[in-house]
Design a protein around this ligand. Structure first.
Ligand code: 5GP
Length: 179
């Protein structure tokens, strides 16, 4: 059973839904009269993006990109674009949806790329923030929850591609990834 691999639940499904409603209200107010292009970073942002957009009261367009930097539980440092956008975002107001901001390398790279493509503005909404691990001085404009330096899984976040379908954010049992 998937649940048996979880040491503890950090953020419940209900808490995530409540926070998504608040963030969506804030984003709808900030982007009133605009039609932002919301770009989900595959695959981790999918459950969060799906929940968040349900509560937006503004028009928006959805796009996806895939970048990679992680293998197992540690960052590889190098960020690669695995799937680029297949449309122009010139002069668009872009909102990146991310699962977690950790070292900040992914966001820095993606923001740079989107500005180089001519975006008018680029902001970030992230379900989680782990500020204690930051290497690059960057932060998301909209943050769901700040968490301590623990490896988390669920609600989009994986360990070796598994656990993304858990409906909450939890901490994985250490014996499952530490030798
Ligand atoms: P950054 O470039 O900010 O170091 O890393 C961002 C990416 O690292 C996230 O999109 C996520 O895929 C991965 N990541 C960072 N911390 C965690 C974590 O605690 N759990 C999981 N599952 N992935 C993480």
């Amino acid at each position: 059973m998937l649940n048996e691999d979880v040491k503890k639940i950090l953020i419940s499904q209900e808490e995530i839904t409540d926070r998504c409603k608040q963030l969506a209200k804030q984003i709808s107010d900030d982007y009133s009269g605009k039609v932002p292009v919301i770009i989900g970073l595959l695959k981790g942002s999918i459950p969060f993006m799906a929940e968040l957009i349900k509560y937006l009261s503004i028009e928006c367009e959805l796009e996806f990109m895939a970048v990679s930097s992680y293998s197992g539980t540690e960052s590889m440092g190098d960020v690669r674009i695995l799937k680029d956008l297949d449309r122009s975002i010139k002069d668009c107001d872009v909102i990146i949806v991310e699962d977690i901001v950790d070292t900040g390398k992914t966001l820095q790279k993606v923001k740079e790329l989107l500005y180089s493509k001519g975006a008018n503005s680029v902001k970030v909404v992230s379900l989680l923030d782990k500020p204690s691990r930051r290497i690059i001085d960057i932060s998301a404009e909209y943050i769901g929850f700040e968490i301590p330096d623990e490896f988390v899984i669920g609600f989009g976040l994986d360990f070796n591609q598994k656990y993304r379908n858990l409906p909450y954010v939890g901490v994985l049992k250490e014996e499952l990834y530490k030798e």
